[in-house]
Ligand binder design. Sequence first.
Ligand code: SF4
Length: 310
Amino acid sequence: MTNYVFGPVPSRRLGRSLGVNVVPLKYCNFNCIYCQLGRTRHVINDLRMFYPPEDIIKELEIATRTRDYDYLTFIGDGEPTLYAGLGKLIQWARNNQDKPLAILTNGAKLIDENVRSWLSELNVVKVSTDAGSEKTFRLINRPHREITFDRFIEGIERFREIFSGQIWTEVMLVQGVNDNEDEMKRIGNTMRRYKPDRVYIMVPTRPPAESWVKPPTSDVLINLARVLSRYVNSDRIFIIDYIERGEFHIDRNDPVNSLLGILKIQPMTIEQVMDVIKRNNLDMSILDEIRNFTKEVVFNGIKYLVYSSV
Ligand code: SF4
């Protein structure tokens, strides 16, 4: 059974976020070295109708009526703007529920006029800016061959011209790749072009696609935030170097699928999964069932369960 809607889950940026997963596992136009979903299996850059929008709307109708959330967030097991039915879902959400709407996207499809028009109906569009140059862009995001760094930034810039909501951007810092002052100055110059409302400086906190990926140390992080504040007002810069705390919502009648719906989007620590089971007074044997669909990965000394479809 497919679960398109999951949570709400605690989000480091959006509070209690009710997620809508619109893309199957690892269809993306990037193949980021730090991706918590693993390496991209299908690097594509064309829009596809992965699922019938009506099926997703059916789940949304129930979830938006029965669950308590702060944001309705479009997301994917890959890049959500590659879903050809996204515009229809956004329209539905605009007309049928009253919570703010967000999307977590890498931003590369904003070069497409249709995608800009769909996303202009949202309240928050979170894009990624991990690089300030073509060279680092290719190293860290490993984009589809059609995507160049200039076109990528041009898309976000064009979107800024028509969008009255908030653009948030995330800079994921990886030790030895983009955690140096020169790259941060280039990233700062890039941000001057599209003026983000918020910048989140992040570090990998969950198991990454490439096992050699490491977060920078906290003093490097603080120094780079200082460098960036020459380009973006410091009250718009936030450092996030911790794992979310807070409650994950699951459907008590279908706990395994519900938990797997969350795990498809983000690895959870074993403690987090056990905490959900305990809080819902469910049997611990559920953990064994979850283990059949996940593998255990240790990152930064912490054990995670990572969804694995094979
Ligand atoms: S982090 Fe996001 S943009 Fe990068 S490969 Fe993973 S899903 Fe795609």
